[in-house]
Design a protein around this ligand. Structure first.
Ligand code: AP5
Length: 295
């Protein structure tokens, strides 16, 4: 039985958490990583440091509850955070985030936002679907997860986004980030890049509306435009070529919704100083009118 490097007390097997090859009590591992992160965040603006601190404390409290330790005992990505924090060499880009449940209309609003602002639309869902189409190893792994309504690993997603945010078009025109961050870990990694993020648009609608919107969604594979059989019908001449996403069935949507609910509070808290709530229950133009006020 070893001693916890954080508190010095003995670590029993049931409460053990591995971190950087050492054995901690579950909550001590988080305290240890928090202190380590604080040292690396000295350059972040004060308001962001405060948000990060609040989220970590809440998370540490949750991990002190032994019922929650079981589901998080394989929490081994802390090691890779250190890499993200220490390698944040991205130049400063400016942009906004769009966040909300599956099918709320994020992609639809991004089309309108891009027309008005010329920001680069970065959709993690689109990036992953491209990977699936290309038949790459990432695509094969992502397809299984997406079809089950799960989330692709933070490590993969953070790596993908860091790379995309550092490309010339984004640095020049700015970005609207759709589908990232989806977890606290992704949010922290994003903040660590020191980008100039002016708003997190939080689109809100009830679950039944989400299911109705997703089940009627059709995509034009030629232009990428999004339609809805009832709410935004496609022109007749392209109707035959429209496709439906493989994760757009009610069962999978319910699972995507659950994942969203699981992560909503922690993402919202991290960005609490820039959250802009948008009632997304009206038609797409009514929703856009609210968003325009924040652009
Ligand atoms: P992703 O593609 O990002 O899916 P999502 O977040 O579930 O959102 P959707 O694209 O389904 O919906 P939307 O909000 O864009 O709605 P839309 O505008 O199309 O991600 C897919 C998967 O990839 C995830 O499940 C996950 O597995 C993985 N993934 C992605 N990012 C990840 C990450 N960061 N970490 C881990 N895994 C990740 O609208 C929907 C329909 O409603 C359309 O038909 C539209 O016409 C209609 N509509 C839109 N607005 C209105 C309105 N106001 N009134 C009536 N109808 C409307």
């Amino acid at each position: 039985m070893s001693k916890c490097p954080q508190c010095g007390k003995r670590v029993y097997f049931a409460e053990r958490q591995l971190c950087e090859g050492k054995e901690f009590h579950g909550s001590c591992a988080l305290k240890y990583m928090k202190e380590k992160k604080e040292q690396k965040r000295d350059w972040l603006p004060d308001n962001i440091k405060q948000n990060l601190g609040r989220a970590s404390e809440e998370s540490a409290q949750q991990h002190e509850d032994p019922r929650q330790q079981e589901s998080t005992s394989s929490y081994s990505h802390e090691d890779s955070y250190s890499d993200y924090y220490s390698s944040s060499s991205t130049k400063t880009a400016h942009g906004i985030l769009i966040f909300g449940p599956p099918g709320v209309g994020k992609g639809t609003q991004c089309e309108l936002i891009v027309k008005k602002t010329n920001l680069v639309h970065i959709s993690t869902g689109d990036i992953l679907r491209e990977a699936v189409k290309s038949g790459s190893e990432l695509g094969k792994q992502a397809q299984v997860i997406m079809n089950a309504g799960g989330l692709v690993s933070d490590e993969i997603m953070i790596g993908l986004i860091k790379e995309r945010l550092n490309q010339a078009d984004v640095l020049e025109r700015g970005f609207i980030l759709d589908g990232f961050p989806r977890t606290r870990e992704q949010g922290e990694a994003l903040l660590s890049l020191g980008l100039d993020i002016s708003a997190l648009l939080l689109l809100e609608v009830d679950d039944d509306t989400v299911v109705e919107r997703i089940c009627g969604r059709r995509i034009d594979p030629v232009t990428g435009n999004i339609y809805h059989l009832t709410f935004d019908p496609p022109p007749h001449d392209i109707a035959d070529r429209l496709t439906q996403r493989s994760d757009d069935c009610e069962e999978v949507v319910r699972s995507r919704l659950q994942k969203y609910q699981d992560n909503l509070a922690s993402v919202e808290q991290l960005f609490s100083n820039i959250v802009k709530r948008v009632d997304a229950s009206g038609d797409k133009h009514a929703v856009f009118r609210q968003i325009e006020e924040f652009l």
